[in-house]
Design a protein around this ligand. Structure first.
Ligand SMILES: Nc1ncnc2c1ncn2[C@@H]1O[C@H](COP(=O)(O)OP(=O)(O)OP(=O)(O)O)[C@@H](O)[C@H]1O
Ligand SMILES: [Mg+2]
Length: 353
């Protein structure tokens, strides 16, 4: 099995079957008994809606395990679910798990240990940007520069890959979750309205905007007969912090663009910095092949155009961007002989057998 344990969503790929599970990385736990009540979609519905003794936990923060036991339980749930659906027959499957680039040895070991105690026979790790490049079918093993950016919930990862390895990689903790926090803060400051995490995410996915494509182009703006696309807005519901009463306020896409502008600028700045640090031969390749965006956050409207404008390199959002990592990890699983070199070296981290 190949597993992408994402901060926001987890996905499971089973050999010869493809992606069989895709669920939010949320677990609902009864704190009185320690019992797991729900995992995935069902647990996500409970976020912010639970009585005090039930907590909906997101066991991964910034792409790394922040709650070991719950992560282990989640892995166990995935393995059992695959077994129940008769997708795997092995009692102790072999796992390939994606981890953010640059995680510490301790964090890598935590993933391996969680996998083993959840029932895996063997756990291999792969850097998420490497997996996303393989999932995009980029020629990662050739002497060619491949530039990938994966923007998930917890981390944005930038990597240059060549000859089966990461030549240059960065992981920053500014991604989808941070944009939601930005929106919550903006709405609180501008409208004195308190909205929840889910509302903020709905606004972001509904009308989120990184760059207004016709922005600043006066000739185009004033041209007669050119139909401007209608500006989008969103009816948000929350609690007025002054009156304490529920309220509905309409917010525009341009306000959301401003709310997330600072974080977006930071991501773009890191991409530019990575380009500056890339060896010249590889830059030549990247200029002709482009930058590949993946991860749920890459779907933010206008982000590709903004990055293209700022870097002067063509930018493509890959097909099915949210599953690139698990598809890539799955391809490694299916071709372990040929692709073993792309895995993270973990010999010293494995528990003694
Ligand atoms: N259309 C969209 N526009 C903007 N953001 C989106 C869109 N669709 C999903 N997202 C965001 O993408 C993020 C989830 O992406 P993804 O599933 O790739 O993350 P993840 O793999 O769980 O996280 P990580 O890789 O950081 O551990 C969420 O923050 C979600 O709000
Ligand atoms: Mg991810």
């Amino acid at each position: 099995m190949a597993i992408d344990l994402g901060t926001a969503n987890s996905r499971v790929y089973v050999r010869d079957r493809g992606i069989v599970i895709q669920e939010p990385s949320v677990v609902a736990v009864n704190q009185k008994t320690g019992q797991i009540l729900a995992v995935g979609e069902e647990a996500k519905k409970m976020v912010g809606r639970t009585p005090s003794h039930i907590v909906a936990v997101r066991p991964l923060r910034s792409g790394v395990i922040s709650d070991f036991e719950v992560t282990e339980q989640m892995l166990r749930y995935f393995i059992e679910k695959a077994r129940k659906k008769k997708l795997i027959f092995n009692i102790r499957p072999r796992l390939i798990v994606g981890v953010p680039f640059g995680v510490t040895e301790v964090e890598k070991k935590a993933v391996i240990d969680a996998g083993i105690s959840a029932g895996a026979r063997e756990v291999f790790l792969i850097d998420e940007p490497m997996a996303s490049a393989i999932g995009t079918r980029l020629p990662v093993q050739e002497a060619v520069g491949n530039f990938v950016v994966n923007i998930g919930g917890g981390t944005a990862e930038i990597a240059v890959i060549s000859l089966g390895g990461i030549v240059l990689g960065k992981s920053l903790r500014i991604a989808g979750d941070k944009l939601c926090e930005d929106i919550i803060q903006f709405v609180q400051e501008e409208y004195k309205l308190l909205i929840g995490e889910r509302m903020a995410e709905n606004i972001k996915i509904g009308i989120g905007l990184a760059y207004q494509v016709d922005q600043g182009n006066a000739a185009q703006k004033n041209a007669v007969g050119v139909k401007k696309p209608p500006r989008r807005d969103f009816k948000m519901r929350g609690r007025n912090l002054v009156t304490g009463l529920p309220e509905e306020i309409v917010i525009s896409e341009d306000e959301i663009r401003r709310a997330i502008e600072k974080s977006i600028k930071q991501i773009v700045a890191e991409i530019k910095m990575a380009i500056e640090e890339t060896p010249p031969e590889l830059i030549a390749d990247i200029m002709s092949n482009g930058i590949y965006l993946s991860g749920g956050g890459s779907q933010l409207r206008g982000l590709d155009v903004l990055i293209e404008k700022e870097t002067r390199i063509a930018v493509k959002v890959v097909e099915d961007p949210m599953t690139a990592v698990v598809r890539g990890a799955g391809m490694v699983l299916e071709n372990l002989d040929k692709l073993r070199e792309v895995l993270i070296e973990t010999k010293e981290l494995e528990p003694p057998r």
